[in-house]
Write a protein that binds this ligand. Structure first.
Ligand code: CO
Length: 280
């Protein structure tokens, strides 16, 4: 079978900013350098061992019209929402929340000190799914399966399929792939990524290449279309996300925590929130 390599069509480094109650973070998608990578609306990394950078967390705030995906590498985060879900995110765990027509939730660090390191990705919903009931998938670390590959690479699969492993997140309309890959020094790995999907790689740690383009830690590489991406680790190894999903090709109207198709729908969301209707 002929393979078509995905290449890096654009490199983006994040912008330092803060959100929630003063949480310092790096915004890679959702700011001036890359407003959107359809269907991805936002991609944040938070990483600090200084409690002042994270202790305020994200107190009660609403969402409507898309999905939030939290993936934690280090630290512990308590969460609770107005649909009655609550729990504790552990290192290596994840939460895939389909906000749909809306809910109000909080995400607060449980720890008072130590390293907090994780990511939040926002995935858009198509027009006919924006007002679905909220849905919540809580994925403890041990529920994320991994594949051990020749050469020593390890791929944890949160969503989609890779290397014969199927991720635990199910029923997501954009058919996402979300894989966390650790590559030993000077090894390489080809990762199938279904043709037609929007895709990016993000260098979590270390340095490596995607189809020959060097990516240092904290750099996102947007991928051209194709059906495979060739990763190669530098001489100290690397850890990298490969993320993909079907693009929606629909108009995007966004205002803070609401992402709809039209300005009228945004106005409605604001009105609903003020009236207390964005709660289950
Ligand atoms: Co939130």
């Amino acid at each position: 079978m002929d393979r078509r390599n995905r290449t890096v069509s654009k490199k983006v480094e994040g912008v330092r900013t803060s959100d929630g109650a003063g949480v310092r973070l790096t915004r890679i998608i959702g700011s001036g350098r890359m407003m959107e990578l359809d269907p991805f609306l936002l991609f944040d990394e938070f990483k600090s061992d200084n409690p002042d950078d994270y202790i305020g967390g994200f107190p009660d705030h609403p969402h409507r019209g898309f999905e939030t995906v939290t993936y934690l590498i280090a630290g512990v985060v308590d969460h609770a929402d107005s649909a009655g879900n609550s729990g504790t995110l552990q290192p290596g765990g994840a939460q895939w929340m389909t906000a749909g027509r809306g809910l109000v939730h909080s995400e607060l660090p449980k720890q008072k000190e130590g390293m907090l390191w994780g990511f939040q990705l926002w995935v858009n919903l198509p027009a006919d799914s924006k007002m679905v009931p909220p849905r919540y998938q809580d994925i403890p670390p041990e529920a994320i399966p991994h594949a051990r590959l020749p050469g020593g690479a390890v791929a944890r699969v949160l969503a989609g399929q890779a290397f014969g492993v199927t991720g635990p997140v199910q029923g997501i309309v954009t058919i996402p792939l979300y894989v966390d890959i650790s590559l030993p020094p000077d090894t390489s790995l080809s990762v199938p990524v279904e043709e037609g999907k929007s895709a990016f790689v993000y260098m979590i740690q270390g340095e490596g290449k995607a189809d020959g383009t060097t990516l240092t830690a904290g750099t996102l590489g947007q991928l051209s279309d194709g059906d495979i991406v060739k990763l190669a680790a530098g001489n100290s190894g690397c850890r990298v996300f490969v993320v993909a999903a079907r693009p929606l090709n629909q108009p995007v109207a966004r205002w803070g925590p609401f992402v709809m198709n039209t300005d009228e729908e945004i106005q409605q969301a604001i009105e609903d929130y003020r009236a207390g209707r964005i709660r289950d």
